[in-house]
Design a protein around this ligand. Structure first.
Ligand SMILES: *Cc1c(COP(=O)(O)O)cnc(C)c1O
Length: 397
């Protein structure tokens, strides 16, 4: 038996190798503080659960759903886009329900790449983009995000020969892993660039409601004409604490939605309609879970920033998403730092290189543990003498 080249040549999923290392640390008796995976540690709002219970009891929910999503859910998505972004969508052809946005993101590569085609992938970026490009037998091409320009890319710097081979351009703001937020101007440039080069822009708005300090994340579809050349992925996972439910949506260019639908209708048979009913309750019900949620993430962010600064770090507080992105101590590599943090201190932090070559010299901390645990992490670093200025190899055995 031999797995396909696709499977054999794929690098191991970042979090799978971290999980194995974490298990070894726990087996050695370490009390592990996991600042790795980006999973909200809060429950789904009650009224969303109640909507699921009710829908689950209805025999109409016990059959195959329409593969592209129920019209009721798609209409709720369209109303959300109008309310939240002032963007009018036709629920029949500009909206699609997804089994979590990752499903749609990965399938989009199958829908748009032929072997050898390029997909421009933000670097650093969410690992699924580059992996999906490889699975579709295309090539991920790194679009460097500029730390000196708020982690936005420079479209002018994309070589002409690359642009000619590119079929897809991915963007993601609020950004994982850097916590940076997007700007309307950046979206306008992306749309203009994509028009010139006949490339589909895919924007990942998974953290659409997770922004701080007064920032309100824009949709790329707010840009004039974007609906002809852009698709946007959105998700209830992070905004409504629903990562386990697997519910997301794609909105935007009809042609892109249609192509995605061709892959989906031949791959899965849609998202359980009871979960879509719960999704309607999330989008249309009270939004009052959001304010305390954001206040809590912000309080954690501020605690972690203060702690790192007390250890000599210069760190920029993230304006969006729930990740703090910081430099590894001077002279360290990302992998050595992440390994030391886990093996010696029992603190899981993904190395920046897990998000692309540009992540070298950085690491990520998820704000998905309470302040007490974050302060415990800082205390362990301090006790071990791990500061921004400590030399590689000075810590541990
Ligand atoms: C969490 C995350 C997703 C996936 O969300 P699901 O809807 O749960 O699949 C997509 N993009 C980014 C950048 C994420 O961090």
């Amino acid at each position: 038996m031999r797995a396909s080249r696709r499977v054999r040549e794929l690098p191991p999923y970042l979090f799978a190798s971290i999980q194995a290392r974490k298990a070894r640390a726990i087996a050695r008796g370490l009390d592990v503080i996991d600042l790795g995976a980006g999973v909200p540690d809060f429950p789904t709002p009650d009224h969303v659960l109640r909507a699921l219970h009710q829908a689950a009891d209805d025999p109409a929910s016990h059959r195959y759903p329409p593969y592209e999503g129920t019209l009721a859910f798609k209409s709720a998505v369209a109303r959300y886009y109008e309310r939240r972004f002032g963007v009018r969508l036709d629920p029949k052809c500009e909206v699609m329900a997804l089994i979590g946005s990752k499903e749609g993101i990965v399938n989009l590569f199958y829908a748009f790449l032929d072997p050898g085609d390029l997909a421009l992938i933000p670097d650093p970026g969410y690992p699924a983009y580059a992996t999906a490009a490889r699975l579709a037998l295309g090539e991920p091409y790194s679009l460097p995000l500029d730390p000196h320009n708020g982690w936005l890319p420079d479209f002018e710097a994309i070589p002409e020969a690359v642009a000619r081979r590119a079929k897809l351009l991915f963007l993601n703001y609020p950004n994982n892993p850097t916590g940076a937020v997007g700007t309307r101007e950046c979206f306008e440039r992306a749309i203009a660039w994509a028009r010139v080069h006949d490339v589909l822009v895919a924007h990942d708005l998974a953290y659409g409601e997770i922004a701080f300090d007064g920032h309100v994340a824009p949709s790329i579809l707010e840009v004039d004409g974007a609906r002809d050349v852009a698709i946007e992925f959105n998700s209830l996972s992070k905004s409504y604490n629903m990562t386990g439910w697997r519910i997301g949506m794609a909105v935007g260019a009809k042609e892109a939605i249609r192509a995605l639908g061709v892959i989906k209708s031949n791959t899965d048979t849609g998202l359980w309609s009871a979960v879509q009913q719960a999704g309607i309750a999330a989008l249309e019900g009270p939004q009052d879970h959001l304010r305390p949620l954001l206040a809590t993430y912000q309080e954690r962010r501020d605690a972690l920033v203060a702690g790192l600064r007390s250890l000599g770090w210069e760190v920029t507080p993230n304006a969006g998403a729930f990740y703090l992105w910081a430099r590894v101590p001077i002279g360290w590599g990302s992998a050595a730092f992440a390994d030391t943090m886990l093996d010696e201190l029992g603190i899981v932090v993904p190395p920046g290189t897990g998000y692309g070559a540009q992540g070298e010299g950085w690491f990520r901390m998820a704000l998905t543990q309470d302040v007490r645990r974050l302060e415990e992490a800082i205390r362990r670093m301090k006790e071990a003498g791990l500061t921004y200025h400590s030399a590689e190899g000075a810590i541990g055995t």
